[in-house]
Design a binder for this molecule. Structure first.
Ligand code: CP
Ligand code: NVA
Length: 298
């Protein structure tokens, strides 16, 4: 692995190896001497807000012996229009790796190509691979794995989160049922490219949640879409709440990548009932991303 740009680009073996490494790093946290990033500086280039991703990467880089350098769009010339390919060629000569949160997936791919240093997608409009690795680690810890399990996603069917989940289902073969309003479902050409009979799409959240072992949701309006109030209106009836979960499988878990909007995509009651899992999922960002850093370190 040279970069982590998407779940799409990973194989099942890549994902399994990263999760195995994450589990080891989690078990050994604080007790292991290996410092694979010793003497290295890794840049975090963020053009969108972040709590979990920024903190988990900064802590993870330090724990592996490296130095994180946080660069918000407004602090660097990127924010004044300097092209990504120029930013990449400058940083590629100075730092050892880059973690990028931005809008266009192409910008992350271009950075990787022009910089020549390991590059990690920390969320784009297309994918959120670091989050899905943490989510899979959580499913493995809580349920022992995804074999024979039904995973439901209730919400925006074509967000970065659902796209990464669809590629994870394609690579790993678990059943993924997406419930989304018709206007927010994955388009036919994407599903044709995905070519995954184990991924289904419905407009009825009850169909997706029925018998599900994992119920996953996310904000209705992703970063950059905050003013799309018409889109938000589409989601009436899509709240993950006790009524909806009444037909889920016994022992089901609820995931939310956070931040959460209570009373919209998830009820206060369900978020607090499943807080142990949801905050374990948030913590797993640290362990999963340390595994990615170790895999990419040169
Ligand atoms: N889940 C997630 O990526 O959170 P942040 O936006 O806070 O980084
Ligand atoms: N889909 C959300 C994920 C936030 C972590 C967004 O892009 O805003």
């Amino acid at each position: 692995m040279q970069h982590l740009l998407s779940i799409e680009e990973l194989s099942a073996a890549d994902i399994t190896a990263l999760l195995d490494s994450a589990a080891l790093l989690k078990a050994e946290r604080g007790g292991h001497a290996a410092q694979p990033l010793a003497g290295q500086t890794w840049a975090l280039i963020f053009t969108k807000s972040s709590t979990r991703t920024r903190v988990s990467f900064e802590v993870g880089i330090r724990e592996l012996g490296g130095f994180p350098m946080f660069l918000s769009k407004n602090d660097i010339q990127l924010g004044r229009g300097e092209p990504i390919k120029d930013t990449a060629r400058v940083l590629g000569r100075m730092v050892h790796g880059a973690i990028i949160r931005t809008f266009a997936q192409q910008d992350v791919a271009d950075f990787a190509g022009y910089s020549g240093i390991p590059t990690i997608n920390a969320l784009t409009d297309d994918e959120h691979p670091c989050q899905i690795l943490a989510d899979l680690l959580t499913v493995r810890e809580k349920l022992g794995g995804w074999e024979g399990k039904k995973i439901a996603f209730v919400g925006d069917g074509f967000s970065n989160m659902t796209r990464s989940w669809m590629w994870a289902a394609k690579r790993l073969g678990f059943e993924l049922a997406i419930a989304s309003p018709p206007a927010c479902q994955p388009p036919a050409d994407f599903l044709t490219t995905l070519d995954a009979p184990n991924v289904s799409v419905t407009a009825d959240p009850r169909v997706a949640v029925d018998g599900a072992h994992v119920i996953n949701t996310d904000v209705w309006l992703s970063m950059g879409q905050e003013d799309q109030k018409d889109k938000e209106l589409e989601f009436a009836g899509f709240e993950v709440n006790a009524g909806l979960l009444s037909s889920a499988a016994p022992g089901h878990i609820v995931l939310h990548c956070l931040p959460a909007y209570r009373g919209k995509e998830i009820s206060e009651e369900i978020l607090e009932l499943h807080a142990d899992t949801i905050f374990q999922e948030a913590e797993n960002r640290l362990h999963a991303q340390k595994a990615v850093l170790v895999a990419l370190a040169r």
